[in-house]
Design a protein around this ligand. Structure first.
Ligand code: GDP
Ligand code: MG
Length: 672
């Protein structure tokens, strides 16, 4: 007993309608499994197909209506379809639209919705628009207020979803669609509706009024036979008035308005995608330019230059705020009733040190945004391609350039990325030259110095440092290749695919940039924090050193090493201390100055009393090239599996860094 109760099915009557060739029969068969009762529509020889299927406790009776484009009464097919919908009142009308021709298909949909039928919209042949048009289904459902199903009827895809949508639509009452036809038509529509008074009709009155204005013969006959001739006459009068006044057929205007509605729906819910072929031809055109033998490298350099220039311009806008923020915190802390030593630890040590590094977060974020943009657009692959020719010419595998570019962010992942280089020899070479690529940790050093000593030419100066890093890397590779026996041998050629250019998403770029910046923040909270604590500690003990730093352990260490750097123009303890702690992490060069000079705000004056522009440049070159940071040395050890290479890299880069700083300072002193 109970069983029969619970399994009692609800019957849903469904009509399928769509343009000829939209896939109606295919969908009909997919829904019913091919079982159909075929007969004729009463009085005509047009085929009528009916079938049924069961789904989730429903019996669904399906009627296949003749394929039509419209619902006027000019053709038998359209009349059959319209009569069925209006007079038989199926619970759900499924409109099958051809996704390859949405504009035309939706016209029929609009008519059905104007009739007020409960509708499910099917966009069929989705396979045909793949990669050409993107449909935002959720948006479409919201705007049209009906369930929308995307199908590939031929493969049976979306059919189950269609069944669910039918059941959903059967239990909701959708509001009749009202398109605004504009004042000049709307006023006639409402007058005609008035004249129709108490006319009993299965249509809604607005649809009747519109049909009368369009001169629909069947509707005119029906209205007349029910004794509402006045309404018909008014409609005829309106039509001729409209045409006299505007010189355009009122029916044409009505159709135009419907298409206007459809076009705006399409505009809001679909997006034309460039076809792959189109993108490839466009990419080829751009590539002819970007990878050109002569223009390639200048274009790459230009992009890099623009990147650095904007990194300062935009990043600088934020730096002041962060600066003020730390200044404020520092003031607040110094007012707290804390023992002097603790207060000094917090303000001079932690806030000055970590704060002076964190000021550069906006710059780093923006640099990463630009690099991510160039990568996502597909340009970085071209850059590697362009540089490959140059690298090949001097005996280097172009493949390693991709790893080197990663080094702009951080040398550690860049060193790890060499795992994709199959030739062991090329891999080792790439690892060894990677630390010369200027990572983002060096950027704060450059910004600090250039904003003090090279205000006018910041972008250019920093660009020159990045370029120098690349040049030193390339020259070192050439040197290693020709002198170290295990690195000798032919270069493996670069086989690279250039993916077509694409428009990157802002979201993707932001995600990349914040992921990479997070590393910087994490470092500020851990290793840089630890570093400044040590610097502070060494600058505090022994405790009886008084106001000046002289006499502290830190100063003693600095004084010991300072003479070495005299020849390069920065032979004072502060510089030596900064460089020593910079080995822990290069940001600490800045952080150390912050702690030494008692806060970010004191740095400019203090540095100006120590450096000249030339020695500042030499110091930046030193910071760029000398000894990789501890984490990089560790990565070199892990990836080469040998302490020997880690030590080699450390000593080699120290020599190179010092030599370049010296050379630049000495030559500069001669010229300037
Ligand atoms: P009807 O005239 O609306 O009944 O359309 P049919 O069901 O006869 O389908 C018209 C043509 O489109 C047939 O050749 C079908 O095989 C094909 N077709 C139907 N659905 C799809 C689809 O989702 N993708 C593709 N590529 N072809 C389809
Ligand atoms: Mg068919």
């Amino acid at each position: 007993m109970n069983e029969t109760l619970t399994t009692k099915e609800r019957t849903i009557r469904v009509a399928l309608i769509g343009n000829p060739n939209s896939g109606k029969s295919t969908i009909f068969n997919a829904l019913t499994g091919g079982h159909a009762r075929v007969g004729n529509w009463p009085g005509v020889t047009v085929e009528k197909k009916e079938g049924k299927f069961h789904f989730e406790n429903h019996e669904i009776i399906l009627t296949d209506l003749p394929g039509t484009y419209s619902l006027t009464s000019f053709s038998i097919d359209e009349r059959i379809a319209r009569d069925f919908i209006v007079k038989e009142k199926p619970d759900v009308v499924v409109v099958i639209a051809d996704a390859t021709n949405i504009l035309r298909s939706l016209y029929l949909f609009v008519l059905i919705r104007e009739l007020g039928a409960n509708t499910v919209l099917v966009l069929n042949m989705i396979d045909m628009i793949e990669g050409k048009i993107e449909i935002n289904k959720k948006n479409l459902e919201e705007i049209l207020n009906v369930p929308v199903v995307l199908t590939i009827a031929l493969k049976g895809e979306g059919i189950d979803e269609l069944k669910k949508a039918i059941i959903k639509a059967s239990s909701t009452k959708q509001q009749t669609l009202r398109i605004d036809y504009g004042e000049d038509i709307e006023k006639w529509v409402s007058e005609i509706e008035n004249r129709l008074g108490n006319y009993q009709t299965p249509y809604n009155k607005r649809f009747i009024a519109l049909s009368l204005l369009q001169g629909d013969l069947q509707i005119i006959e029906e209205v007349k036979s029910e004794g509402f001739e006045e309404a018909v006459n008014l409609a005829l009068h309106a039509s001729s008035q409209f045409e006299n006044k505007f010189g355009i057929d009122i029916e044409e205007k009505i159709v135009e308005n419907r298409y206007g509605f459809i076009e705006s729906v399409i505009k809001q819910t679909t997006r034309k995608l460039r076809s792959i072929e189109e993108r490839i031809t466009l990419s080829d055109k751009i590539d002819r330019f970007v990878t050109n033998k002569y223009l390639g490298i200048p274009i790459f350099a230009l992009f890099m230059y623009i990147t650095f220039e904007l990194t300062f311009k935009i990043g600088g806008l934020f730096a002041d705020y962060i600066d003020q923020f730390f200044g404020l915190i520092s003031q607040l802390v110094s007012r707290l009733p804390l023992p002097e030593l603790i207060s000094s630890f917090l303000t001079d040590g932690v806030i000055s040190g970590v704060g002076s590094v964190l000021v550069f977060l906006p710059n780093i974020f923006i640099l990463f945004m630009f690099l991510s943009f160039l990568e996502d657009v597909g340009y970085m692959a071209r850059a590697a391609f362009v540089v490959d020719k140059l690298m090949y010419a001097i005996g280097l595998p172009g493949r390693s350039f991709i790893s080197l570019i990663l080094g702009f962010g951080c040398n550690i992942p860049a060193i790890m990325s060499t795992r994709t280089i199959p030739e062991e020899r090329d891999r080792l070479l790439t690892i060894l030259i990677n630390p010369f690529i200027s990572c983002s940790a060096r950027l704060p050093i450059y910004i600090m110095f250039t904003s003090i000593f090279f205000k006018e030419k910041q972008g250019l100066i920093v660009f020159s440092l990045y370029a120098l890093g690349i040049i030193v890397a390339i020259l070192s590779a050439k040197l290693f290749r020709s002198t170290i026996p295990s690195l000798k041998g032919p270069i493996s050629p670069l086989v690279m695919e250039l993916p077509p250019y694409r428009i990157p998403s802002l979201k993707g770029i932001l995600i990349h940039a914040s992921e990479r910046s997070r590393e910087f923040l994490k470092k500020a909270g851990t290793i840089i924090f630890a570093g400044v604590v040590i610097v502070w500690l060494l600058s505090t003990i022994p405790l009886n050193h008084g106001e000046s730093l002289k006499g502290t352990y830190l100063w003693r260490i600095g004084s010991f090493f300072a003479p070495i750097f005299k020849w390069a123009g920065f032979g004072f303890p502060e510089a030596a201390i900064a460089l020593i702690f910079g080995v822990i992490a290069k940001e600490l060069v800045v952080g150390t100055f912050g702690t030494l000079f008692g806060g970010e705000e004191n740095i400019p004056q203090a540095l100006q009393s120590l450096f000249t522009p030339l020695s500042a440049y030499a110091f930046m070159v030193m910071s760029l090239l000398y000894i990789p940071c501890i984490a990089s040395i560790g990565a070199i050890y892990r990836e080469t599996g040998s302490v020997k290479w880690a030590i080699f890299s450390t000593i080699y880069s120290l020599i190179v860094g010092y030599s370049f700083a010296l050379l630049i300072y000495r030559l500069g002193s001669l010229i300037l």
